[in-house]
Write a protein that binds this ligand. Structure first.
Ligand SMILES: [Zn+2]
Length: 492
């Protein structure tokens, strides 16, 4: 390719835009499956959590799990999606060894919820991604491939699922990830889903097409199935956009198909032609009545929705003057956010909130990540903060105490006593130590008095060493300064 052609290709590349829509499947945290009373637990002995209903035995009849409906409605309310008071279950027919009934119970024409949006942050601005629908369905079983043999495990068959379908409003791999993260955060916060992508309880299919910028008509789309991490979602979409542009630039046509992402090679590969809805021969489920929701049922669920992560982040920034970054770290995990808020309640204005946030982020979360151990009780952790803030121990000793707290669950005051970590703040004791250090380092002292100011740090260090780190560094600084001034004036 000569240089001019290459430049043309580059210009061409930038004259395209991507159009992305996401379909998210999320398992619901119900005790039992969607249409039978089998337990809904991951990781049990294969085919031990099954019954005639989820095995699809003749004559077995499904019953709607109300808890599953409640969680689906909760998700819809949190995602600003309209609730339909009447919805229908439908059979989606297809054959696969992990689907014993030969159909999946889903919702088609009248889903439980439709028309909404999720707001995401993109380049510092807010963008609304419209959501077409949220519906209830059941999961299929699982195939396990070992060597040349395949096994069927039906424990997952009948697990409650919601499918959330966005409009094609997403225009980059980054936006896709923001949308998924926001969505998962909300579902996890509200105990609707555990959001575990690796175990497949939160999964995503991406519909991707490209078109010339400014074009109205959508390009032909390809669907990428079940990508199992945020990082891979970003990479898979990125790859697919480039692939489709390449196809068009080299004079070809993008084919409507389902593709699989290979994370080892970082490519997508064709899997099968993309089905259309009519391929599934949907029809109304004859064994289930329409799902009718009354206003009270919906308003009770509405009341149970607590502050969502996005709102929490905004409040931390506004109310506590925290940075965006810190607010994000603190709200990522609901339990940590609640822990932090408990401490703020205990604090009641005594310690600056910024300092408490630093303790949680830089000390507690860091220590928890690095070592095994349990998160201390809120009261104990706050007492540790107070010990340091009130200068009873210095910050270094505070870190030692925290490590011990995580490992042993002991109270900070007991550890301070046991390890003899209380800070030496009495002036007489510090003065005596300083005099001792001066005596032992005459040469350095003369140099310091003579103007070699950087030796000051050396003396602070020596005093701290002599007190085994327990002296209050601020006091040491003050007293040391006073003495040096005296020497300079000719006293001692
Ligand atoms: Zn069952």
């Amino acid at each position: 390719m000569n240089k001019n052609n290459y430049n043309d290709a580059q210009d061409d590349l930038h004259s395209f835009e991507a159009v992305i829509g996401l379909e998210v499947h999320s398992q619901l945290l119900t005790k039992t499956k969607m249409f039978c009373s089998c337990q809904n637990i991951f990781g049990k002995e294969p085919n031990s959590m099954v019954c005639p209903v989820c095995l699809g035995l003749p004559g077995a009849l499904p019953v709607i799990n109300l808890e599953g409906v409640r969680l689906a409605v909760k998700a819809a309310l949190a995602l600003n999606i309209g609730i339909n008071k009447k919805s229908l279950f439908a059979r989606k027919n297809y054959f696969y060894p992990d689907l014993p009934k030969g159909y999946q119970i889903s919702q088609y024409l009248d889903p439980v919820s439709s028309n909404g949006y999720l707001a995401i942050e993109t380049d510092g601005a807010e963008k609304r991604i419209r959501i077409n629908r949220l519906h209830i369905e059941e999961d299929a079983g699982k195939l396990i491939h070992i060597g040349n043999e395949s096994y069927v495990d039906l424990n997952r068959a009948g697990t409650p699922l919601i499918e959330i379908v966005s409009e094609p409003d997403i225009s980059s791999p980054k936006e896709a990830v923001s949308y998924l993260k926001e969505l998962r955060d909300i579902l996890v916060y509200l105990d609707i889903s555990d959001g575990n992508m690796e175990e497949g309880s939160f999964r995503c299919d991406a519909n991707i097409s490209v078109r010339r910028k400014g074009a109205q008509k959508l390009g032909t789309r390809a669907e990428i199935k079940n990508v199992n991490s945020f990082k891979f979602v970003e990479k898979a979409i990125d790859y697919e956009i480039d692939r489709q542009i390449d196809v068009i630039l080299s004079g070809g046509n993008v084919i409507q198909e389902t593709r699989l992402y290979d994370s080892k090679e970082n490519v997508t590969r064709p899997m099968r032609g993309k089905e259309e809805a009519h391929d599934y021969r949907y029809f109304e489920e004859p064994d289930l009545p329409p799902l009718i929701l009354d206003a009270e049922f919906i308003s009770d669920i509405k009341k149970s929705i607590t502050e969502l992560p996005h709102a929490k982040r905004k409040r931390y920034i506004k109310e506590y003057s925290l940075t965006e970054k810190d607010s994000e770290v603190l709200t990522q995990d609901k339990n940590i956010a609640h822990y932090f808020e408990d401490i703020i309640r205990l604090n009641n204005g005594r310690v600056e909130i910024k300092k408490i946030a630093n303790w949680v982020i830089n000390d507690l979360l860091f220590a928890l990540k690095a070592k095994e151990g349990n998160i201390p009780k809120q009261e104990d952790f706050f007492n540790l903060i107070l010990e340091v803030e009130n200068s009873n121990i210095n910050k270094n000793a505070g870190k030692i105490v925290l490590t011990e707290m995580l490992l042993t669950g002991k109270k900070p005051n007991d550890i301070i006593k046991e390890k003899n970590l209380a800070q030496v703040s009495d002036e007489k004791g510090i003065e005596d130590t300083i005099k001792q250090v001066f005596k032992e380092n005459q040469k350095e002292l003369e140099d310091l008095i003579g103007g070699k100011d950087k030796l000051f740090g050396f003396f602070v260090g020596e005093v701290m060493k002599k007190t085994r780190g327990k002296a209050n560094p601020q006091k040491v600084n003050e007293i040391l300064k006073k003495h040096i001034e005296n020497y300079k004036k000719g006293g001692n």
